[in-house]
Design a protein around this ligand. Structure first.
Ligand code: SF4
Length: 278
């Protein structure tokens, strides 16, 4: 039982499969900062109902709105004030709902609510989602022999938001390469570290993100800078490491570096059997 949720519907094909190749596109994500190998299994391994009404819903366990303290008029003012359109007022149930994916923790709503105290943006609800992803990933991996699991992270065309958003986005981080490992913690930590080292392409920051923290004196991951202080991409990795699913002390072995491939003879013709990196 985690925050009131005690069952999840795991995809039967995963339960039946003998081998798992977790192939992921590394990119930013509005809900938790980053989407890669863990999020691929944490959400992708479950039915739509489990994904939306349980795994995602855990981020709402600590209620945003206290209807006893705030009036409907106050709620509507907060909706209008939120610069990211993250608030929705349900007048039938007198409920003010915060979409934590869209919330960039700018705290404009908290400032407006200062004398009333009807809303809160708790750090814990973001951590709860990160921990839930670690739990649901752990449950997927429980069904596999660890020797028959491999991870591939494509750190290419790394965008601010998940590609499932369905909009064309420019890359926010330069291409890094393709990472492979048998250890989910090692590959996720290495991917995140390489993205952090590469840094943000500032001219490609979506213009509607008004609170991106670019202060070089703060040691923040690029995805935390983009998505808000409470969305730490390393958090779910830490939770899963505590569950014993790998080791963050990785060793990076580079194969086919740009220096190496640049010296290779170019292909004479274009065909499937030729190298694909020219
Ligand atoms: S913290 Fe900012 S983005 Fe989040 S709900 Fe409040 S006003 Fe909207």
């Amino acid at each position: 039982n985690f925050k009131g949720f005690d069952t999840l519907d795991l995809g039967g094909v995963l339960k039946d499969a003998d081998v798992l190749i977790d192939l992921s596109h590394a990119k930013g994500h509005g809900a938790c900062g980053y989407g890669g190998a863990i999020k691929n299994l944490a959400l992708g391994g479950y039915s739509g109902i489990s994904r939306w009404t349980k795994i995602h819903a855990v981020a709402q366990y600590d209620k945003y709105w206290d209807k006893e303290k705030g009036s409907p008029e106050h709620a509507k003012k907060l909706v209008e004030a939120c610069p990211y359109g993250a608030l929705r007022y349900d007048s039938v149930n007198n409920n003010l709902i915060r979409n934590y994916h869209d919330c960039h923790q700018c705290f404009t709503c908290l400032e407006l609510d200062l004398d009333i105290g009807s809303v809160k943006v708790p750090r814990e609800s973001y951590s709860a989602f990160q921990e839930m992803m670690a739990i649901s990933t752990d449950k997927v991996l429980e069904t596999f022999n660890p020797d028959k699991v491999f991870y591939l992270n494509f750190a290419l065309q790394i965008t601010t938001f998940c590609d499932c958003v369905g909009i064309a986005q420019p890359p926010i981080i330069n291409d890094i390469g393709v990472l492979g490992s048998k250890d989910i913690i090692a590959i996720e930590t290495a991917t995140l570290d390489l993205i952090k080292k590469e840094g943000i392409i500032e001219k490609n920051i979506p213009p509607f993100l008004k609170h991106v923290n670019l202060d070089p004196n703060e040691d923040l991951h690029p995805f935390t800078r983009l998505h808000g202080a409470y969305k730490d991409p390393y958090e779910t990795v830490g939770f899963l490491e505590k569950l014993g699913r790998g080791n963050s002390a990785y060793e990076l072995v580079e194969i086919l570096s740009p220096e190496e491939t640049a010296k290779m003879k170019p292909t004479k013709r274009v065909f499937e059997g030729e190298p694909s990196f020219f």
